[in-house]
Design a protein around this ligand. Structure first.
Ligand code: GDP
Length: 400
């Protein structure tokens, strides 16, 4: 068997008993001091609801992070939401034109400000941060998972972006504050080190929302794209979707997290592992909270009439690769957060003379105002043109 085949079979299978995450190897990556203190890592998961985010997180860390969450059924609230969507969009459309018309007639620009405010739709995205302390062979990991239920449900997608961006910025802000304080030795690092962005397996690639969101956060956090519910795709479809997503990421200039190349003095296995991990992006994953009997073993999987999809089987999906990537590159994810994203934040902050960034909401208002002003200018030009034409016609009539 070739080295590559061995790796394909062995590298991503569970090294010990099922139920082993693998972060006990973390001390190899970092200084012993961090071992004593434990590791702090924050992972954010974003994607439309129902794509399997919570299931995957529970499968990744073998912990039920959300034991009390009630999953809403198909009927009920979501149905109502659609009705509201239509209703609100119609209102906005009508309101917008009335406002512009009114402003053209009466030059009441102040009225603009009010309408910007009334048009604001209630936010639906929430931020839920759950922290668990997991211990494996004496190594502690303080893991915070930040979930974003309601993402993509808001009518104005900018609304849910703002909540998430504010959360990321607030953590930087807190760190900056603590870092300049007296008690620098005991800073709790809640900065978001990685964001798994879940992409639907049903589309033909990225949706406009996916592109907009990843572009909005790529300079703030390490984005790792993940194809959800990979068991709904054939191998061919999976490969095609992966290629399409990578092309679109490239086309739109989205900066995703790049695994560092293995150093030349690393052992061959590690080099091969890095190569395989790089080639698997975007990771196509399957999650499950159920243990199923397969080939005489209990495994985490999904039972179908035609067989069992095993979560931790590298031939079935990229779950173990995603977990290996996260665990073996946890330190790099932290370093990129510190050296690139946090430094960007800090230098921006210094440029503004220590002032906070304007709230995204304020930026929104500015953009809306600018758009409305441009619209108003266009209408004024149109009216001026019409008046000139009428004048011309009137002059023509007078000549007769
Ligand atoms: P979330 O809203 O993104 O957190 O999604 P959930 O984790 O609550 O999952 C929504 C539904 O999708 C549940 O019925 C899960 O059992 C199912 N689900 C989760 N992961 C997978 C998967 O990998 N494949 C399939 N086919 N279904 C999944």
């Amino acid at each position: 068997m070739s080295q590559a085949d061995k790796l394909k079979q062995g590298q991503f299978t569970n090294p010990e008993t099922p139920g082993y995450v693998g972060f006990a190897n973390l001390p190899n990556q970092v200084h012993r001091k961090s071992v004593k203190k434990g590791f702090e890592f924050t992972l954010m998961v974003v994607g439309e609801s129902g794509l399997g985010k919570s299931t995957l997180i529970n499968s990744l860390f073998l912990t039920d992070l959300y034991p009390e969450r009630v999953i809403p059924g198909a009927a009920g609230e979501s149905f109502n939401t659609e009705e509201v969507t239509v209703q609100i969009s119609k209102n906005i459309l009508i309101k917008k034109w009335l406002d512009v018309y009114e402003a053209v007639l009466h030059r009441r620009l102040d009225g603009y400000m009010c309408s910007c405010h009334t048009e604001k739709i209630e936010r639906t995205v929430q931020i839920e941060a759950s922290t668990v302390e997991i211990e494996e062979r004496g190594v502690k990991l303080r893991l915070t998972v930040v979930d974003t239920p309601g993402y993509g449900d808001a009518i104005n997608s900018q609304d849910c972006f703002n909540t998430i961006i504010s959360y990321i910025d607030d953590q930087f802000e807190r760190y900056l504050h603590d870092e300049s304080g007296l008690n620098r030795r005991h800073i709790v690092d809640n900065r978001v080190h990685c964001c798994f962005y879940f992409i639907s397996p049903l589309g033909h690639g990225l949706k406009p929302l996916d592109v907009q969101f990843m572009k909005a956060i790529h300079n703030k956090v390490n984005v790792v794209p993940v194809i959800a519910k990979a068991d709904t795709l054939t191998l061919r479809e999976r490969e095609r979707l992966k290629r399409r997503i990578l092309d679109e990421i490239d086309e739109h200039g989205i900066k995703i997290y790049h695994l560092p190349d293995a150093e030349s003095d690393e052992d061959e296995d590690f080099k091969e592992q890095t190569r395989i991990l790089k080639a698997s992006i975007p990771f196509a994953v399957v999650g499950s909270n159920q243990q199923i009997e397969a080939k005489g073993k209990k495994v985490r999987g999904r039972l179908y009439p035609w067989g069992v999809v095993e979560v931790e089987n590298p031939e079935h999906n990229d779950f173990l690769k995603l977990r290996t990537m996260l665990i073996t590159h946890m330190q790099d994810l932290q370093e990129v957060t510190q050296d690139l994203h946090y430094e960007n934040f800090r230098s921006e902050r210094l440029k503004r003379g220590g002032r906070k960034a304007p709230e995204p909401e304020e930026m929104d208002k500015d953009i809306i105002l600018q758009e409305k002003e441009a619209e108003l200018r266009r209408m004024q030009e149109m009216i001026a043109k019409m008046q000139a034409q009428m004048q011309k016609q009137g002059d023509g009539d007078g000549d007769m």
